[in-house]
Design a protein around this ligand. Structure first.
Ligand code: NAX
Length: 379
């Protein structure tokens, strides 16, 4: 049980830490007292912390998503307030200085659960013995660059990531690929790590899932927790299929609930689907920068749910297809999944109507094209 109150008896501990008497009353003394209180408060809040440490590697930690993600991992939001974490940051050489600044800030937060931050530009050392790897860093699309060239440039990066994970990470490592094109980067990394089970690799489509849930909640004026069985199928790209055919809102079928909320029949296909599919571009247009806090949040939720379970609820993850719903085996395809006991499983046996089938195939075809464009990186 987490105890949140401070016992006065505990605070009255004079002489626990040495302090020069001539400095009493100065700013240094006040800071010393504050630290002592913070330490006691932390000790009280984070009770029964496990002795073991989860090692989490993050690539691209000096980037925008990394900056929002690292602090939340360190505060215990990913694995709970009883689990120590060590963060292993892997950056490109040019960004090492910026990364050092981030590491200093992490240190300055004095997170009680943080068992050290390790910074390197060498993936092999960064992945040593890790339990979780969040592959956020990737090569962004240059101005006017063809998608095929982008896929190939990232192909080389994710080949190396896969090989380094295979050699140095724990065989039980859980890998989440965020860096775009996420599904195909994940395919490449997984195929270059033959000693790690393929189901330990996943691509993040949780941001798309959460964007859909957020929009449905707003449209119907309900809480996000009232929305169940929504999912994203396929690629993390504008071809993805945000599916509400089995979704319920406040216990009612989504289409009926939307109608009652005044949504036109065409709202789903004309507004909702395109806005989920194009949300990334809309954020860039509005903010002048790509989604960072929401992407970091989605990464956190993805890894947390995979580890700690979804409690029977459905979410979306890009996972290796073994032919479910007639999707080409081997592709990393976003499916509706549930997580339990540290494992994900695809929700099977759903009825797929003609419209859904068409949408699911469209995004599957794009993933097949991407797979063929990077065939040189698939051993
Ligand atoms: P930033 O450009 O801010 O940061 C990327 C960081 O990765 C940089 O610090 C860079 O030095 C580092 N990096 C690049 N290649 C690396 C490598 N080989 N090894 C280690 N570090 C490397 O981008 P940010 O906004 O943080 O986005 C990161 C990635 O997430 C991008 O590929 C982006 O497209 C992708 N996204 C994926 C999303 C998803 O839902 N799957 C949504 C958000 C985001 O667009």
């Amino acid at each position: 049980m987490i105890r949140r109150t401070l016992s006065p008896a505990k605070l009255a501990r004079p002489g626990v830490r040495f302090f020069r008497s001539d400095l009493v009353g100065t700013d240094t003394w006040r800071m010393h007292q504050k630290d002592q209180l913070a330490e006691l408060r932390a000790r009280d809040e984070y009770v029964d912390v496990k002795a073991s440490t989860v090692k989490v590697a993050v690539t691209g930690p000096a980037g925008a998503i990394g900056y929002s993600l690292l602090f939340r991992i360190a505060s215990g939001e990913m694995f709970g307030k009883r689990q120590r974490v060590q963060i292993r940051c892997i950056e490109l050489p040019f960004a090492m200085n910026a990364l050092r600044g981030v590491a200093m800030e992490l240190q300055d937060c004095a997170f009680p659960l943080l068992d050290g931050v390790y910074c390197t530009d060498d993936p092999e050392r960064g992945f040593e013995d890790v339990d979780v790897a969040l592959l956020v860093g990737s090569k962004p699309r240059g101005p006017g660059q063809e998608r095929g060239d982008l896929l190939r440039e990232n192909g080389a990066i994710f080949t190396n990531m896969g090989k380094a994970l295979n050699k140095f990470a724990r065989k039980s490592v859980k890998v989440t690929v965020v860096g775009n094109p996420a599904n195909t980067n994940c395919l490449i990394a997984a195929n270059n790590a033959p000693d790690i089970p393929i189901e330990n690799f996943t691509a993040m489509t949780r941001l798309d899932h959460d964007r859909g849930v957020g929009q449905l909640a707003k449209k119907t004026g309900t809480a996000v927790s009232d929305i169940k069985d929504f999912c994203i199928w396929g690629n993390h790209s504008p071809t993805m299929y945000p599916d509400i055919s089995r979704c319920t809102i406040g216990g009612r079928p989504a289409k009926g609930a939307l109608e009652s909320a005044g949504a036109e029949a065409s709202w789903y296909t004309e507004e909702f689907m395109p806005s989920v599919q194009q949300r990334g571009a809309a954020i860039i247009k509005a903010r002048g920068a790509s989604s960072a806090a929401s992407a970091g949040n989605a990464c956190l939720a993805h890894a947390r749910d995979w580890e700690l379970g979804t409690n029977g609820l459905v979410t979306s993850m890009g996972v290796p297809s073994s032919g479910q719903y007639d999707i080409t085996p081997g592709l990393f395809y976003s499916y509706p999944v549930r997580c339990d006991g540290g494992n994900w499983s695809v929700v099977e046996g759903l009825n797929i109507d003609d419209f859904s089938r068409q949408m699911m195939q469209k995004t599957e075809n794009e993933l097949i094209e991407e797979r063929d464009a990077v065939s040189a990186y698939l051993p």
